[in-house]
Design a protein around this ligand. Structure first.
Ligand code: AMP
Ligand code: GLY
Length: 419
């Protein structure tokens, strides 16, 4: 069958790459894709919020299955839009997507189902939020409610920083704000935990650890993700049991009690404090760069897994993983996550010869006149998988050194906790 992937980042390139090897997939289309996806799929330049146009293109190209990469179309209801068509779509519906789209929705669910998370209060008025600020311990965390593309979270060391954050959120920095969340700061180590669900059955879909800060030793501004390693060093069977019993089962039950089911990937962002998992956030999709890090070690046909979910047959699939350790390092444009130049040539990319178990997934790139140009802040994801993290990291860095892209930078310490 023909498949359509929605999105244009490294996550979507890695999805295309893995689906290319699927027994059940003929042709891959990417809406709108990037330079990397154009090498294995046909890119269709379309606005991903224009559902009607996406549907027209799917009919024209005989696409029978759509996989949605990013959260926004899911939160905006793309799954409902395709419900009465013949085209299957993989991802959660609008109700379930509130797990990412609304932090207050998730926090209320946590309260009702006793899911461990940071203690929190929700305020719909600036005045009462500010009053609360003078009664609490620091550091603490202030969050905008809706989608804020990884921004909208402030870790505040004192009252002054808290006041500034609340002012910015109610001032409309992340769109119209009906409320803010003020929550306890959890000191621990983060882990990204993934499942895939067909609404009846859910299965483990690996773990990873993302490095979100721009600077080495996890310092500086938050970014979309500077690199990751998989599996997470915090993962073991005891932790797995705790996460399932305390977080996943109650969440899926809560969604069921709203009269629907969760179908799609679910990203469980955790803070592990003294060996106990706390929910930081849900994302209703695969992570980026976690997806690029995880998919190379998947040892089962991804097309079959996704189709089985659409047919509510996930229970029949045995998802297997290679025992390899994966390290992904993100190459960014100088200046990211602030201002950076666009349309800069990536000279050496055609000269790089990849060995088995080495991958380059494009993020913000395009091809013009046969040249690869960087168009985004995060440009390329370099992934290596070997029998140990140290070797994987060395291989990824070697490729980056060969690329020698002077207009960009990368963190040399990705996976430092395991190497
Ligand atoms: P979020 O968008 O909710 O994932 O938050 C972005 C990042 O802020 C997370 O990945 C954490 O590193 C950090 N963070 C969010 N909430 C907390 C918290 N309650 N305690 C400590 N760090 C947090
Ligand atoms: N890696 C963080 C995210 O995908 O949101």
């Amino acid at each position: 069958m023909n498949i359509g992937i929605i999105g244009s980042g490294g996550r979507e390139h890695s999805l295309c790459f893995k689906l290319r090897d699927s027994k059940i997939i003929d042709k891959i289309y990417c809406f709108p894709g990037n330079a990397g996806t154009s090498l294995i799929a046909e890119n269709i330049n379309i606005d991903v919020s224009d559902f009607e146009n996406i549907k027209k293109k799917c009919e024209e190209k005989k696409i029978e299955l759509i996989v949605v990469g990013p959260e926004k179309p899911l939160v905006d209801g793309i799954v409902e839009y395709f419900k009465d068509t013949k085209i299957k779509i993989f991802g959660p519906n609008k109700i379930s997507s509130q797990l990412e789209g609304s932090k207050t929705f998730t926090k209320k669910l946590c309260k009702e189902y006793k899911i461990p998370t940071a203690k929190f209060e929700i305020f719909s008025e600036e005045k009462s939020a500010l009053k609360y600020l003078s009664s609490i311990k620091y550091p603490m965390v202030v969050k905008a409610d809706g989608l804020a593309s990884g921004k909208g979270v402030y870790i505040c060391k004192n009252y002054k920083e808290g006041r500034l954050a609340i002012g910015e959120i109610f001032g409309g920095r992340f769109g119209k704000a009906d409320c803010v969340l003020i929550e306890e700061f959890l000191q621990g180590e983060e882990m990204s935990y993934f499942i895939i669900s067909d609404g009846i059955t859910h299965k483990f879909f690996q773990t990873a650890q993302d490095h979100k800060r721009v600077g080495e030793n996890d310092t500086g501004k938050n970014t979309g993700g500077m690199g990751a390693y998989s599996p997470s060093r915090l993962y073991n069977s005891e932790m797995n049991k705790k996460i399932n019993e305390r977080i996943i089962y109650p969440t899926l039950k809560g969604i069921k009690e709203l009269g629907t089911n969760y179908c799609g990937f679910l990203y469980i962002g955790l803070m592990v404090v003294n060996n106990e998992p706390f929910l930081i956030e849900f994302n209703v999709r695969m992570g980026d760069p976690e997806c690029q890090t995880i998919l190379p070690i998947l040892d089962t046909d991804l097309g079959e897994i996704i189709l089985s979910c659409c047919n509510k047959k996930l229970r029949d699939i045995n998802i297997k993983w290679k025992t390899k350790k994966s390290v992904c390092i993100v190459l960014c444009s100088n200046g990211y996550p602030d201002n950076y130049q666009k349309n800069i040539k990536i000279n050496q990319i055609n000269n790089i010869k990849l060995n088995n178990d080495e991958y380059i997934f494009h993020a913000g790139t395009k091809i013009k006149d046969g040249n690869f140009l960087a168009t985004g802040g995060r440009v390329l994801n370099i992934v290596s998988t070997t029998e140990n993290f140290r070797k994987s990291k060395e291989k990824s860095i070697k490729i980056l050194d060969e690329l020698d892209w002077k207009e960009g930078f990368f963190r040399k310490d990705i996976a430092y906790k395991v190497t």
